[in-house]
Design a protein around this ligand. Structure first.
Ligand SMILES: Nc1ncnc2c1ncn2[C@@H]1O[C@H](COP(=O)(O)OP(=O)(O)OP(=O)(O)O)[C@@H](O)[C@H]1O
Ligand SMILES: [Mg+2]
Length: 314
């Protein structure tokens, strides 16, 4: 069956990116931006698109509104060879959007969640999940409907015989209300970055954070930016250094691309070290072009870039 390696369940939104803004916005005034882009956003969609680009047969399950932004997302995912069969269009919600105001050092974002908050357990194609090899869910905190059902979703997924992974992502409310003791036993690979792990566990070091969640977690994978990544599995720690990147542009979506690479090898049942290395490679590749998907064109092109920049292969 064509799209049955990976099912990604997650949020869908567009990013309206403003660049070269002349100053900071102030109430009661108007300022100009010299550049604008409207693109598919959302960490889950970037992960799905990049997985498909590197050869993983990928389907997406999500919710968009019946509007132009929803169409843009469906078109973009289809173009990237992601099956949109399990994306539903809601007549009652608008597609989510993030307005990104990009300044040199940093960004100011405003997100309207829209349909992404309405996605819940009932939208997941439970009867067909058994046809997939792997189930990935990302951006837990921002999806209110998913948040309420999270333990049940992973529990149910495991009964269908798939392997599972969860990328927590940041909590915009900074409350970190995730019952990891209940949920993580049903998650095969838990994939936070360093700051998310510390914020979730209130620990003061990665080691302490890992100690706190270890009794409940299976494999813990921690993303560490330009330091690379590490994993804790069966009481053993594996660390893999990041690739040196001479063509760095930005790190938007690097974590999602890392997930794509890691899961590709995880589905192939490769060793944890190989999974981490491939995650690092895809994360590093991501940083060679602007945004989350630009570096992931087609397989041949990606292979060429990976060889010339990182002396490596898909
Ligand atoms: N500057 C860099 N050079 C080389 N590799 C990088 C760089 N930045 C990120 N990576 C690779 O990408 C992986 C994921 O990046 P990062 O740790 O920033 O994830 P994240 O914080 O989850 O990102 P996101 O904001 O996309 O969710 C890293 O583990 C690393 O392998
Ligand atoms: Mg991340």
């Amino acid at each position: 069956m064509p799209h049955h390696d990976l099912l990604v369940v997650g949020e869908l939104n567009v990013d309206l990116i403003l660049n070269e803004i002349e100053g900071f916005p102030k109430i009661g005034t108007e300022i100009l931006a010299d550049q604008m882009n409207l693109v598919m956003g959302s960490s889950s969609a970037i992960m799905a698109a990049n997985s498909a680009s590197i050869g993983v047969k990928t389907s997406f399950c999500g919710l968009v509104g019946d509007d132009n932004f929803g169409k843009l997302i469906l078109d973009e995912l289809s173009k990237k060879q992601v099956s949109t069969k399990y994306i539903q269009t809601s007549p009652d919600h608008k597609t989510g959007i993030t307005i990104v105001m990009n300044y040199e050092e940093d960004r100011a974002n405003v997100t309207y969640c829209g349909a992404m908050e309405a996605l819940n357990e009932n939208h997941i194609p439970w009867n067909e999940l058994g046809d997939f090899k792997h189930f990935h869910l990302s951006n837990f905190f921002i999806q209110k409907g998913i948040r309420n059902d999270i333990t049940n979703i992973f529990k149910k997924a495991k009964t269908q015989g798939v392997t599972t992974s969860l990328d927590l992502q940041w909590d915009p409310e900074n409350k970190w209300d995730f019952n990891y003791k209940e949920c993580l036993p049903h998650v095969d690979v838990f994939m936070p970055n360093e700051s998310e792990l510390l914020a979730l566990t209130k620990a003061s070091s990665i080691e302490e954070g890992v100690k706190l969640i270890s009794p409940y977690a299976n494999t813990i994978v921690i993303k560490m930016g330009s330091k690379g990544s590490m994993a804790y599995q069966n009481g053993e720690k594996t660390t893999v250094k990041a690739f040196k990147n001479p063509e760095y542009v930005d790190a938007i979506g690097a974590g999602d691309s890392f997930n794509s690479g890691f899961i590709q090898k995880y589905i192939e049942r490769k060793s944890i070290e190989k999974c981490l290395k491939h995650g690092n490679l895809m994360g590093a590749l991501n940083t060679t072009a602007a945004g989350g998907t630009a570096a992931f064109t087609d397989r041949d092109n990606i292979n060429g870039k990976v060889k010339s920049i990182f002396n490596s292969a898909l």
